[in-house]
Design a protein around this ligand. Structure first.
Ligand code: NAD
Length: 314
Protein backbone atom coordinates (compact mmCIF):
# COMPACT_ATOMS: atom_id res chain seq x y z
CA UNK A 1 0.00 0.00 0.00
CA UNK A 2 1.28 3.48 -0.79
CA UNK A 3 1.62 5.56 2.33
CA UNK A 4 3.66 8.63 3.04
CA UNK A 5 4.51 9.18 6.70
CA UNK A 6 4.53 12.82 7.81
CA UNK A 7 7.14 13.39 10.45
CA UNK A 8 5.56 15.69 13.14
CA UNK A 9 8.38 18.21 13.32
CA UNK A 10 8.26 18.64 9.57
CA UNK A 11 4.51 19.09 9.40
CA UNK A 12 4.64 21.79 12.10
CA UNK A 13 5.81 24.53 9.77
CA UNK A 14 2.91 25.98 7.77
CA UNK A 15 4.91 26.65 4.65
CA UNK A 16 6.48 23.20 4.68
CA UNK A 17 3.04 21.71 5.31
CA UNK A 18 1.60 23.57 2.29
CA UNK A 19 4.47 22.35 0.08
CA UNK A 20 4.05 18.85 1.45
CA UNK A 21 0.30 18.99 0.70
CA UNK A 22 0.93 19.90 -2.91
CA UNK A 23 3.63 17.23 -3.38
CA UNK A 24 1.41 14.63 -1.73
CA UNK A 25 -1.57 15.59 -3.89
CA UNK A 26 0.42 15.33 -7.13
CA UNK A 27 1.99 12.05 -6.01
CA UNK A 28 -1.35 10.52 -5.08
CA UNK A 29 -2.95 11.62 -8.34
CA UNK A 30 0.02 10.23 -10.27
CA UNK A 31 -0.43 6.94 -8.42
CA UNK A 32 -4.10 6.90 -9.40
CA UNK A 33 -5.40 7.81 -5.92
CA UNK A 34 -7.80 10.65 -5.38
CA UNK A 35 -7.27 12.12 -1.95
CA UNK A 36 -10.02 14.19 -0.40
CA UNK A 37 -8.74 17.76 -0.59
CA UNK A 38 -9.86 20.17 2.11
CA UNK A 39 -8.37 23.17 3.87
CA UNK A 40 -8.65 26.10 6.21
CA UNK A 41 -8.81 29.72 5.08
CA UNK A 42 -7.92 32.28 7.74
CA UNK A 43 -5.33 34.67 9.10
CA UNK A 44 -2.40 33.56 11.24
CA UNK A 45 -3.47 29.91 11.28
CA UNK A 46 -0.08 28.19 11.23
CA UNK A 47 -0.61 26.49 14.61
CA UNK A 48 -4.00 25.04 13.64
CA UNK A 49 -4.50 21.41 14.64
CA UNK A 50 -7.07 20.87 11.89
CA UNK A 51 -4.66 19.38 9.29
CA UNK A 52 -3.40 16.81 11.79
CA UNK A 53 -6.92 15.94 13.01
CA UNK A 54 -8.53 15.53 9.57
CA UNK A 55 -5.61 13.73 7.95
CA UNK A 56 -5.19 11.29 10.85
CA UNK A 57 -8.91 10.44 10.92
CA UNK A 58 -8.92 9.79 7.17
CA UNK A 59 -5.82 7.60 7.45
CA UNK A 60 -7.45 5.63 10.26
CA UNK A 61 -10.45 5.06 7.95
CA UNK A 62 -8.17 3.88 5.13
CA UNK A 63 -8.20 6.82 2.74
CA UNK A 64 -6.10 9.89 2.12
CA UNK A 65 -7.15 13.40 3.02
CA UNK A 66 -4.92 16.37 2.32
CA UNK A 67 -5.77 19.36 4.51
CA UNK A 68 -4.09 22.55 3.36
CA UNK A 69 -3.62 25.75 5.35
CA UNK A 70 -4.49 28.77 3.23
CA UNK A 71 -3.14 31.54 5.41
CA UNK A 72 -3.95 35.11 4.39
CA UNK A 73 -0.78 36.25 6.19
CA UNK A 74 1.46 33.77 4.36
CA UNK A 75 -0.04 34.78 1.04
CA UNK A 76 0.26 38.47 1.90
CA UNK A 77 -3.42 39.10 1.13
CA UNK A 78 -6.41 40.47 3.05
CA UNK A 79 -10.02 39.43 3.47
CA UNK A 80 -10.86 40.84 0.01
CA UNK A 81 -8.96 37.86 -1.48
CA UNK A 82 -11.61 35.46 -0.11
CA UNK A 83 -13.75 35.29 -3.31
CA UNK A 84 -10.69 34.37 -5.40
CA UNK A 85 -9.47 31.86 -2.83
CA UNK A 86 -12.83 30.06 -2.93
CA UNK A 87 -12.72 29.90 -6.72
CA UNK A 88 -9.14 28.61 -6.53
CA UNK A 89 -9.94 25.75 -4.16
CA UNK A 90 -13.08 24.80 -6.09
CA UNK A 91 -11.07 24.64 -9.32
CA UNK A 92 -8.49 22.46 -7.58
CA UNK A 93 -11.21 20.00 -6.66
CA UNK A 94 -11.50 20.62 -2.91
CA UNK A 95 -14.43 18.93 -1.18
CA UNK A 96 -14.71 21.96 1.07
CA UNK A 97 -12.94 24.34 3.40
CA UNK A 98 -13.10 25.42 6.97
CA UNK A 99 -13.00 29.19 7.42
CA UNK A 100 -11.90 31.08 10.48
CA UNK A 101 -11.06 34.63 11.57
CA UNK A 102 -11.63 36.98 9.73
CA UNK A 103 -13.70 35.01 7.18
CA UNK A 104 -16.60 33.53 9.18
CA UNK A 105 -19.05 36.32 8.32
CA UNK A 106 -17.36 37.55 5.14
CA UNK A 107 -17.92 34.18 3.48
CA UNK A 108 -21.72 34.34 3.87
CA UNK A 109 -22.50 36.46 0.75
CA UNK A 110 -20.31 34.09 -1.29
CA UNK A 111 -22.47 31.02 -0.55
CA UNK A 112 -25.46 29.49 -2.34
CA UNK A 113 -27.03 28.01 0.79
CA UNK A 114 -26.59 27.86 4.57
CA UNK A 115 -27.64 25.41 7.26
CA UNK A 116 -30.31 26.61 9.68
CA UNK A 117 -27.75 26.58 12.50
CA UNK A 118 -25.25 28.73 10.60
CA UNK A 119 -28.02 31.16 9.71
CA UNK A 120 -29.12 31.41 13.35
CA UNK A 121 -25.56 31.90 14.62
CA UNK A 122 -24.70 34.31 11.81
CA UNK A 123 -21.32 32.68 11.14
CA UNK A 124 -19.98 29.89 8.96
CA UNK A 125 -16.92 27.79 9.76
CA UNK A 126 -17.37 25.02 7.17
CA UNK A 127 -18.12 25.34 3.45
CA UNK A 128 -18.97 22.26 1.40
CA UNK A 129 -18.62 22.27 -2.40
CA UNK A 130 -20.91 20.02 -4.44
CA UNK A 131 -22.45 20.28 -7.90
CA UNK A 132 -21.15 23.80 -8.36
CA UNK A 133 -22.82 24.98 -5.16
CA UNK A 134 -21.32 26.21 -1.91
CA UNK A 135 -23.17 25.37 1.31
CA UNK A 136 -22.16 26.95 4.62
CA UNK A 137 -22.38 25.23 8.01
CA UNK A 138 -21.46 26.13 11.56
CA UNK A 139 -20.02 23.13 13.38
CA UNK A 140 -18.81 25.13 16.43
CA UNK A 141 -22.20 24.95 18.15
CA UNK A 142 -22.52 21.20 17.61
CA UNK A 143 -18.89 20.76 18.69
CA UNK A 144 -19.48 22.60 21.95
CA UNK A 145 -22.77 20.81 22.62
CA UNK A 146 -21.18 17.40 21.95
CA UNK A 147 -18.26 18.16 24.24
CA UNK A 148 -20.70 19.32 26.96
CA UNK A 149 -22.94 16.24 26.54
CA UNK A 150 -19.96 13.89 26.86
CA UNK A 151 -18.23 15.49 29.82
CA UNK A 152 -20.85 17.48 31.75
CA UNK A 153 -23.99 15.77 30.45
CA UNK A 154 -25.57 15.47 33.90
CA UNK A 155 -24.81 19.07 34.96
CA UNK A 156 -27.72 21.42 35.69
CA UNK A 157 -28.36 23.97 32.96
CA UNK A 158 -31.59 25.75 33.80
CA UNK A 159 -29.78 29.02 34.70
CA UNK A 160 -26.55 29.88 32.90
CA UNK A 161 -24.08 32.73 32.61
CA UNK A 162 -22.09 33.31 29.47
CA UNK A 163 -19.08 35.62 29.24
CA UNK A 164 -18.35 36.75 25.69
CA UNK A 165 -20.77 37.55 22.86
CA UNK A 166 -18.53 37.32 19.80
CA UNK A 167 -18.58 34.70 17.06
CA UNK A 168 -17.79 31.78 19.36
CA UNK A 169 -20.22 33.10 21.99
CA UNK A 170 -23.02 33.06 19.40
CA UNK A 171 -22.27 29.37 18.83
CA UNK A 172 -22.06 28.41 22.52
CA UNK A 173 -25.22 30.39 23.37
CA UNK A 174 -27.10 28.62 20.57
CA UNK A 175 -25.69 25.28 21.75
CA UNK A 176 -26.68 25.74 25.41
CA UNK A 177 -30.20 26.90 24.53
CA UNK A 178 -30.43 23.91 22.19
CA UNK A 179 -29.45 21.66 25.11
CA UNK A 180 -32.30 23.14 27.16
CA UNK A 181 -31.01 26.17 29.08
CA UNK A 182 -33.98 28.19 30.32
CA UNK A 183 -32.26 31.39 31.49
CA UNK A 184 -29.09 32.67 29.84
CA UNK A 185 -27.46 35.87 31.08
CA UNK A 186 -24.77 37.20 28.77
CA UNK A 187 -21.97 39.55 29.80
CA UNK A 188 -19.52 41.15 27.36
CA UNK A 189 -17.24 44.16 27.93
CA UNK A 190 -18.96 45.48 24.81
CA UNK A 191 -22.58 45.70 26.01
CA UNK A 192 -23.87 46.31 22.47
CA UNK A 193 -22.45 42.96 21.38
CA UNK A 194 -24.17 41.22 24.30
CA UNK A 195 -27.48 42.96 23.45
CA UNK A 196 -27.22 42.10 19.80
CA UNK A 197 -26.55 38.42 20.58
CA UNK A 198 -29.53 38.42 22.97
CA UNK A 199 -31.76 39.74 20.16
CA UNK A 200 -30.67 37.12 17.67
CA UNK A 201 -30.84 34.19 20.13
CA UNK A 202 -34.29 35.33 21.29
CA UNK A 203 -35.56 35.10 17.71
CA UNK A 204 -34.65 31.41 17.66
CA UNK A 205 -35.56 30.58 21.27
CA UNK A 206 -38.51 32.92 22.01
CA UNK A 207 -39.68 30.88 25.01
CA UNK A 208 -36.42 31.35 26.98
CA UNK A 209 -35.23 34.16 29.21
CA UNK A 210 -32.12 35.57 27.49
CA UNK A 211 -30.69 38.76 28.95
CA UNK A 212 -27.67 41.04 28.49
CA UNK A 213 -26.17 42.23 31.80
CA UNK A 214 -23.82 45.13 32.50
CA UNK A 215 -21.97 43.51 35.40
CA UNK A 216 -20.46 40.04 35.30
CA UNK A 217 -21.57 39.45 38.92
CA UNK A 218 -25.22 39.84 37.81
CA UNK A 219 -24.75 37.03 35.31
CA UNK A 220 -23.01 34.66 37.71
CA UNK A 221 -24.77 35.26 41.04
CA UNK A 222 -27.70 32.83 40.53
CA UNK A 223 -26.20 30.73 37.73
CA UNK A 224 -25.61 26.98 37.87
CA UNK A 225 -22.87 27.10 35.26
CA UNK A 226 -20.62 29.51 33.37
CA UNK A 227 -19.61 29.35 29.72
CA UNK A 228 -16.51 31.38 28.97
CA UNK A 229 -16.27 32.52 25.32
CA UNK A 230 -13.73 35.36 25.17
CA UNK A 231 -10.06 35.10 24.15
CA UNK A 232 -8.97 35.78 27.76
CA UNK A 233 -6.77 32.96 29.01
CA UNK A 234 -5.11 32.29 25.66
CA UNK A 235 -1.33 32.37 25.67
CA UNK A 236 -1.61 35.81 24.03
CA UNK A 237 -4.34 37.14 26.42
CA UNK A 238 -3.30 36.01 29.89
CA UNK A 239 -5.69 36.19 32.85
CA UNK A 240 -9.27 35.26 33.64
CA UNK A 241 -12.40 37.11 32.47
CA UNK A 242 -14.23 35.78 35.55
CA UNK A 243 -12.92 37.12 38.88
CA UNK A 244 -11.96 34.35 41.33
CA UNK A 245 -14.34 35.67 44.01
CA UNK A 246 -17.35 34.90 41.76
CA UNK A 247 -16.47 31.21 41.49
CA UNK A 248 -18.44 28.93 43.83
CA UNK A 249 -17.97 25.20 44.31
CA UNK A 250 -21.52 24.49 43.10
CA UNK A 251 -20.85 26.04 39.66
CA UNK A 252 -19.60 24.19 36.60
CA UNK A 253 -17.28 26.16 34.35
CA UNK A 254 -16.78 25.52 30.62
CA UNK A 255 -14.00 27.31 28.78
CA UNK A 256 -13.73 27.34 24.99
CA UNK A 257 -10.13 28.52 24.91
CA UNK A 258 -7.96 25.51 24.07
CA UNK A 259 -4.47 26.96 23.83
CA UNK A 260 -3.60 26.34 26.60
CA UNK A 261 -6.12 23.70 27.70
CA UNK A 262 -5.60 24.61 31.36
CA UNK A 263 -6.57 28.29 31.36
CA UNK A 264 -6.30 30.57 34.36
CA UNK A 265 -10.11 30.43 34.67
CA UNK A 266 -10.17 26.63 34.77
CA UNK A 267 -7.27 26.57 37.22
CA UNK A 268 -9.12 28.95 39.56
CA UNK A 269 -12.36 27.01 39.13
CA UNK A 270 -10.70 23.69 40.01
CA UNK A 271 -9.13 25.24 43.10
CA UNK A 272 -12.66 26.28 44.17
CA UNK A 273 -13.93 22.73 43.55
CA UNK A 274 -16.02 23.48 40.43
CA UNK A 275 -16.58 20.87 37.71
CA UNK A 276 -14.81 22.04 34.57
CA UNK A 277 -14.76 21.51 30.82
CA UNK A 278 -11.85 22.66 28.67
CA UNK A 279 -12.00 23.90 25.07
CA UNK A 280 -10.37 20.81 23.58
CA UNK A 281 -13.64 18.93 23.18
CA UNK A 282 -15.24 21.75 21.18
CA UNK A 283 -12.13 21.99 18.98
CA UNK A 284 -12.25 18.24 18.36
CA UNK A 285 -15.94 17.79 17.73
CA UNK A 286 -16.32 20.84 15.46
CA UNK A 287 -13.59 19.17 13.37
CA UNK A 288 -15.34 15.78 13.54
CA UNK A 289 -18.58 17.29 12.21
CA UNK A 290 -16.70 19.16 9.46
CA UNK A 291 -14.97 15.88 8.52
CA UNK A 292 -18.40 14.28 8.09
CA UNK A 293 -19.63 17.18 5.94
CA UNK A 294 -16.54 17.06 3.71
CA UNK A 295 -16.25 13.28 3.31
CA UNK A 296 -19.76 11.93 3.88
CA UNK A 297 -18.23 9.46 6.34
CA UNK A 298 -18.90 9.18 10.06
CA UNK A 299 -15.97 10.42 12.14
CA UNK A 300 -14.84 8.47 15.19
CA UNK A 301 -15.14 11.26 17.75
CA UNK A 302 -13.35 9.36 20.51
CA UNK A 303 -10.39 8.58 18.25
CA UNK A 304 -10.20 12.22 17.15
CA UNK A 305 -10.38 13.31 20.79
CA UNK A 306 -7.49 11.01 21.77
CA UNK A 307 -5.46 12.26 18.83
CA UNK A 308 -6.20 15.88 19.70
CA UNK A 309 -5.03 15.32 23.30
CA UNK A 310 -1.72 13.97 21.95
CA UNK A 311 -1.07 16.98 19.74
CA UNK A 312 -2.84 19.70 21.78
CA UNK A 313 0.17 21.34 23.33
CA UNK A 314 2.52 21.10 20.34
P1 NAD B 1 -14.52 37.50 19.03
O1 NAD B 1 -13.44 38.51 18.96
O2 NAD B 1 -15.52 37.39 17.92
O3 NAD B 1 -15.37 37.74 20.38
C1 NAD B 1 -14.79 37.87 21.64
C2 NAD B 1 -15.77 38.66 22.51
O4 NAD B 1 -15.27 38.66 23.84
C3 NAD B 1 -15.92 40.12 22.10
O5 NAD B 1 -17.29 40.42 22.00
C4 NAD B 1 -15.24 40.90 23.23
O6 NAD B 1 -15.84 42.14 23.46
C5 NAD B 1 -15.45 39.95 24.40
N1 NAD B 1 -14.49 40.09 25.49
C6 NAD B 1 -13.13 40.16 25.39
N2 NAD B 1 -12.58 40.20 26.63
C7 NAD B 1 -13.62 40.14 27.51
C8 NAD B 1 -13.68 40.13 28.93
N3 NAD B 1 -12.59 40.16 29.69
N4 NAD B 1 -14.90 40.07 29.51
C9 NAD B 1 -16.04 40.02 28.74
N5 NAD B 1 -16.01 40.04 27.41
C10 NAD B 1 -14.82 40.10 26.79
O7 NAD B 1 -13.76 36.11 19.26
P2 NAD B 1 -14.39 34.66 19.04
O8 NAD B 1 -14.26 34.27 17.62
O9 NAD B 1 -15.73 34.66 19.68
O10 NAD B 1 -13.35 33.74 19.84
C11 NAD B 1 -13.24 33.80 21.24
C12 NAD B 1 -12.33 32.70 21.73
O11 NAD B 1 -12.91 31.44 21.44
C13 NAD B 1 -10.96 32.68 21.05
O12 NAD B 1 -10.01 32.48 22.05
C14 NAD B 1 -11.00 31.48 20.15
O13 NAD B 1 -9.74 30.86 20.00
C15 NAD B 1 -11.92 30.56 20.94
N6 NAD B 1 -12.60 29.56 20.09
C16 NAD B 1 -12.48 28.26 20.46
C17 NAD B 1 -13.09 27.29 19.69
C18 NAD B 1 -12.94 25.85 20.04
O14 NAD B 1 -13.17 25.00 19.17
N7 NAD B 1 -12.61 25.51 21.27
C19 NAD B 1 -13.85 27.66 18.56
C20 NAD B 1 -13.98 29.00 18.23
C21 NAD B 1 -13.34 29.96 19.02
Amino acid sequence: MNTLAIEPGFAKSGLRHAVLCKVLTIWLLYEGHHPVLVGLIGKGIQRSKSPAMHEAEARAQGFECVYELIDLDERGVGINALPDLLVEVEQRGFAGVNVTYPCKQAVIPLLHAMSEEARAIGAVNTVHFANGRRTGYNTDAWGFAESFRRELGDAPLARLAQVGAGGAGAATGYAMLGLGAETLKIFDVDFDRASSLVRSLTQHFPDRSILAVEEIADAVSDAQGIVHATPTGMASHRGSAVPANLLRADLWVADIVYFPLETELLRLARVRGCRTLDGGGMATFQAAKAFEIFTGRTADGERMRRHFMKIAQT
